[in-house]
Design a protein around this ligand. Structure first.
Ligand SMILES: Nc1ncnc2c1ncn2[C@@H]1O[C@H](COP(=O)(O)OP(=O)(O)OP(=O)(O)O)[C@@H](O)[C@H]1O
Length: 600
């Protein structure tokens, strides 16, 4: 078997396996129902022939039996429809849930967050997101095509009984089916070309419709401009697909004309045979019925095959994403455990980072040693590279060049997820999980998430106790509009919960805080951060961990043991606050004095 054919077959099996895993009973019954039911109209057409011939020769007994047969087949065909539809709906719905879970698992299994910044990976995910309904309907499509094949086979047998020459009629449908299949192949290729525009259109749709954007979009009167841009992006994406389909229209039309000619030919053939006495009236009626059925069947077969083609394509994309994730995991993961306690610290040697798809270095030539047990502040202007450094330290991003070592062991040598399990933190774009307060904080450490004492301690350390005390049900208060009685929090309140969440892990080797007080009011900011860092030092002492905090507030830097000053992706100063202040021409001192002046 050739490679593409094998890949095609694997994708087909994988699509069926999805529904089989999701709901075996519904999948099996859908196959039986959709696979066999289509034979019934052919059986009815044959029994009509028997009835007509029995009427012509006056065989009442046969006529009655044929009529009873028609009634039974018609009742079976019509009566089974609601069951068949219900079963296939059930199968599709449970497969959809499985597909969503699979996509979530795959995205979550990517060993680095970097992959999710890669436009190529994002395009793949976008097409899969668009086509994921096809995956849910995979077994349904296969069952429909199977039914169409069963019906074609039975029709061919019956036609051959009347006149073998009539077998040409179903064969004339082959070009139509091939042309439709080519058209689908073009659609598949066009989806890849259209992915970037489709992604932009989806982003604009979110900006134009999500409640969290609505204040700004309304204030600036952006609605019409966003809608226009959305329309343009969606139209560009659509144009790729429509253009590809348009080019396939000619062969599809030619194949349709060929089939129509054959259809007329078959009717003329059997009518002439009847006139010459070579066929019974029942056979003429049967041929008329069957040829009409075939024309409907060809339309359906083309539709079902298109459906199957889209399913196989979506399944192929899913398999390819699965192997991409597998390869990434195999490539990145080592087999060593991360340390429980730091001895020496974290070192960076010649580290550089270039984001996927970007020609610019976000960080370059960074060589530093962060001693175990230290609190390190990272300062610099917007876009200097502070968050990039933090992302690298967590191992969620891999350096493009250079190495990061923990107690002398390279980060890439740890088992996937091992270093992250020894890390905690609060990021700039912290999550706002709409759970109860206890769960929203507790998920910072799944091992102790259900321990109310651990959650309460984290809330206290995150300086969120005042917020929680003011909520109607304290820690049990559901958060956000996903709940009927959910409480909405302000940005600063959410950030304090994020800080509390970062305190759930009892003894991380690395605690990262990226602008941890950006949404907190200036009066509370300093107090919150100092209290937080003091508490962090205590927990850090258990594992001799490093705390890294990126902040624009240089008062934070003063409280740290070491300060990293970054400018345009390079470390321009590194040392204690006192040492950096002693350098009267250094950028840190200038920054510090300008900020002190601005705040006073
Ligand atoms: N996901 C990304 N893809 C491509 N480039 C990025 C990405 N994130 C950041 N950059 C680029 O990397 C550089 C450093 O960004 P970074 O977020 O590290 O700066 P920062 O010092 O944390 O800034 P801020 O103070 O504004 O948070 C910037 O030039 C930015 O444009």
């Amino acid at each position: 078997m050739t490679k593409p054919a094998k890949a095609h077959r694997n994708a087909l099996y994988a699509a069926i396996a999805l529904s089989w895993t999701a709901d075996r009973r519904a999948t099996l019954l859908t196959f039986v129902g959709f696979g066999l039911r289509p034979a019934l109209p052919v059986l009815i057409a044959y029994l009509v022939k028997v009835m007509v011939d029995a009427a012509v020769v006056g065989d009442t007994d046969l006529l009655v039996r044929a009529a009873l047969g028609i009634g039974t087949a018609a009742a079976l065909s019509a009566g089974s429809v609601p069951y068949a539809v219900e079963l296939s709906t059930r199968m599709i719905e449970s497969t959809a849930v499985l597909v969503d879970r699979k996509l979530m698992t795959l995205t979550g299994s990517l060993p680095t967050v970097q992959d999710l910044d890669d436009p190529e990976v994002l395009d793949r995910l976008e097409v899969l997101r668009q086509e994921r309904v096809r995956l849910s309907e995979g077994a349904d499509a296969v069952a429909l095509v199977l039914g169409a094949a069963v019906r074609a086979g039975v029709t061919a047998v019956v036609l051959a009984v009347v006149d073998p020459f009539l077998l040409l009629t179903p064969l004339l449908a082959v070009p139509a089916v091939v042309a439709a299949s080519r058209m689908q192949a073009r659609r598949t290729a066009a989806l890849d070309t259209a992915a970037a525009d489709a992604r932009l259109a989806r982003h604009l749709y979110e900006v134009g419709s999500a409640p969290r954007w609505s204040s700004e979009t309304r204030l600036f009167g952006l609605g019409p401009a966003i809608r226009r841009r959305y329309h343009e992006a969606a139209e560009r994406a659509d144009r790729h697909v429509v253009g590809a389909l348009g080019r396939a229209l000619l062969p599809v039309t030619a194949a349709g004309v060929l089939f129509a000619a054959g259809y007329i030919g078959a009717l003329l053939l059997v009518t002439r045979q009847f006139a010459a006495g070579g066929a019974t009236l029942g056979e003429v009626v049967l041929t008329l019925n069957l040829v009409t059925l075939i024309s409907i069947q060809v339309g359906q077969a083309v539709q079902f095959l298109a459906f199957l083609h889209q399913t196989v394509d979506a399944s192929r994309r899913l398999l390819s994403l699965e192997s991409y994730v597998e390869n990434s995991v195999a490539r990145t993961g080592g087999d060593r455990s991360a340390p429980a306690v730091l001895r020496y610290g974290i070192s960076l040697a010649g580290v550089g980072l270039r984001y996927p798809g970007s020609g610019r270095w976000a960080l370059r030539d960074v060589s530093l040693h962060l001693p175990a047990g230290s609190v390190v502040a990272v300062v610099g202007v917007n876009g200097a590279g502070k968050s990039s450094l933090i992302k690298l330290l967590t191992g969620l991003y891999e350096p493009t060049e250079g190495t990061i070592t923990v107690d002398g062991e390279s980060l890439t040598g740890f088992r996937p997820g091992a270093w992250q399990a020894r890390t905690s933190g609060c990021f700039q774009d912290f999550v706002r999980p709409e759970f109860t307060v206890a769960t929203a904080v507790g998920v910072g450490d799944l091992a102790t998430a259900d321990d109310p004492d651990a959650v309460r301690a984290a809330v206290r350390h995150g300086a969120a106790d005042g917020i929680v005390a003011a909520l109607p049900d304290g820690l049990a208060t559901p958060l956000g509009s996903s709940h009927a009685n959910g409480t909405e929090l302000s940005g600063g309140q959410w950030q304090r919960l994020a800080l509390a969440r970062a305190r759930m892990r009892p003894s991380p080797c690395l605690l990262v805080l990226d602008e941890p007080t950006s949404a907190i009011d200036p009066l509370a900011e300093d107090v919150t951060l100092r209290r937080y860092l003091a508490a962090a030092r205590l927990t850090a002492a258990r594992a001799n961990g490093v705390t890294v905090v990126a902040s624009h507030r240089l008062a934070t830097a003063r409280a740290a043991d070491l300060v990293i000053v970054i400018a345009a992706g390079a470390v321009v100063q590194f040392g204690s606050h006192q040492r950096l202040m002693a350098d009267s021409d250094g950028p840190y001192r200038e920054l510090y004095e300008r900020q002190s002046g601005a705040y006073s």
